[in-house]
Design a protein around this ligand. Structure first.
Ligand code: IDP
Ligand code: MG
Length: 149
């Protein structure tokens, strides 16, 4: 089964959206296989957002993402990478559809509440930043036969 890295950003934590966001993914049918809270520092931010180093918004992004704790998780399910990106909505909440997390809970691109990996390769890279193999749980849930044929 495919896995993705999802993170409630500091604004999502401060705005009491952790439960709402996790609940959406649970209700969809995705399985939480890793979950933790942490405070990111500059080094982790540069690792995670390496592709954006040097861009005009990068310093603001580091300040934002290190401004408070985040909730990091690994979700598992069929085509979960693409599905989570769709559930998160467009990077800029102004373009995010209603019914998506960013569309429903955010207004500005620099305060867009949630992260989701953009490919399976990115997911594997990002998961390894935040979780060791031992911290991820492989387990069966009784509802799986009601979610997958
Ligand atoms: P993504 O989070 O949807 O994958 P990316 O383009 O990878 O979007 O950008 C990473 C994060 O950087 C965004 O989620 C957002 O928090 C921030 N960001 C992206 N573009 C801008 C911008 O133009 N101004 C401010 N922040 C931005
Ligand atoms: Mg991205």
């Amino acid at each position: 089964m495919e896995r993705t890295y999802v993170m409630v950003k500091p604004d999502g934590v401060q705005r009491n959206l952790v439960g709402e966001i996790i609940s959406r993914f649970e209700k969809k049918g995705f399985k939480i296989v890793g979950l933790r809270m942490l405070q990111m520092d500059r080094a982790i931010a540069e690792k995670h957002y390496g592709e954006h180093i040097g861009k005009p918004f990068f310093e603001g992004l580091v300040a934002y993402i290190t401004s408070g704790p985040v909730v990091a998780m690994v979700l598992e399910g069929k085509d979960v990478v693409t599905a989570v990106r769709a559930m998160n909505g467009a990077t800029n909440p102004a373009n995010a559809g209603s019914g998506t997390i960013r569309g429903d809970f955010a207004i500005e691109v620099s305060r867009n509440v949630i992260h989701g990996s953009d490919s399976v390769e990115s997911a594997n890279r990002e998961i390894a930043i935040y979780f060791t193999d031992k911290e991820l749980c492989a387990y069966k849930k009784i509802l799986e036969d009601w979610i997958y044929e």
